[in-house]
Design a protein around this ligand. Structure first.
Ligand code: SF4
Length: 280
């Protein structure tokens, strides 16, 4: 079986930075020191399990914490969480991706100038929840075109977008949102890594018989890759987390398979999958 790996597959700059920061902390870790991660460090179960075995405990809220170090993952957190962590005297290890930090700064700045903030993204995603926390949780969050009618007319609107959104979705929604305010500022804050990955996946999907997208079930950027590939290969796109999910028998009918992977997928999982498909 011929297998082609899409460019820009696997760990992005922000995830790589978060992982390196965490391993750096583990090296310095004292015997009795507790290191926590506020939510799973990345959306990949295998990596999170590995880090847990090495001593990084995942916690979902900080209420009961009174000591130790806490890692803020690449998705970032709200302004209020920083204040709470500082008040508790916890050692903050900040792995917020600089692309996410940029959005938080834009939102804080424009909210302070009296703009209503619109975030194009998934309201349940930690990155969006965090960004909303830089404008007093007052942002209007729109995930799909059908939600636009819920937006009230305002004087000044500042539009940002979740870093992992599909570019087409941003273009369509942001254009329509422009009709809802007298004055609009727009920031296409989709990160470069996401754009490059999506373009490469789209390009490869047109050249192969089937596409395999490797990444966590909860990974937003992986889900976007799946929907982009499905537009080109509706019945021949497969989302898998590890080689255990590969539908080997179905693959036998194909000659060439393309592989791409989300930003939280480690290289070893990609290599293992490629090797398994190649041997079919
Ligand atoms: S996908 Fe982009 S914004 Fe998100 S962590 Fe990676 S580089 Fe940063």
């Amino acid at each position: 079986m011929k297998v082609i790996l899409a460019d820009y597959s696997g760990f992005c700059f922000g995830v790589e930075k978060a992982i390196n920061t965490t391993f750096g902390e583990l090296e310095k870790k004292q015997k009795d020191q507790n290191i926590y991660s506020l939510g799973p460090l990345i959306h990949n179960n295998q990596v999170v399990k590995n880090l847990e075995e090495k001593g990084i405990e995942v916690i979902e809220n900080i209420e009961d914490l009174s000591e130790g170090s806490i890692i803020i993952r690449s998705h970032g957190v709200s302004e209020k969480i920083y204040e709470e962590l500082e008040n508790k005297g916890l050692n903050i290890i900040d792995a917020t991706c600089p692309f996410v930090r940029r959005i938080q700064n834009i939102v804080k700045n424009y909210y302070g100038k009296g703009y209503t903030i619109a975030i194009i993204g998934n309201s349940c995603h930690p990155e969006v929840i965090g960004i909303n926390g830089w404008c007093n949780n007052q942002a209007i969050i729109i995930n799909k075109e059908e939600d636009i009618h819920k937006v009230p007319s305002v004087d000044k609107l500042c539009i940002v977008v979740q870093t992992t959104m599909a570019v087409e979705q941003y273009n369509t929604i942001s254009e329509k949102l422009e009709n809802y305010a007298k004055e609009v500022v727009k920031f296409n804050t989709i990160c470069l890594a996401t754009k490059e990955r999506q373009n490469a996946a789209k390009h490869l999907a047109t050249k192969v018989d089937a596409m395999v997208v490797i990444g966590g079930q909860h990974s937003s950027n992986t889900q976007k890759l799946v929907s982009i590939c499905k537009k080109i290969k509706p019945n021949d796109t497969f989302h898998v987390e590890t080689i255990k999910d590969l539908p080997i028998n179905t693959f036998k009918k194909y000659e060439t398979i393309g592989v791409t992977a989300g930003a939280s997928t480690p290289r070893w999982i990609i290599s293992e999958a490629i090797e398994t498909i190649r041997n079919i």
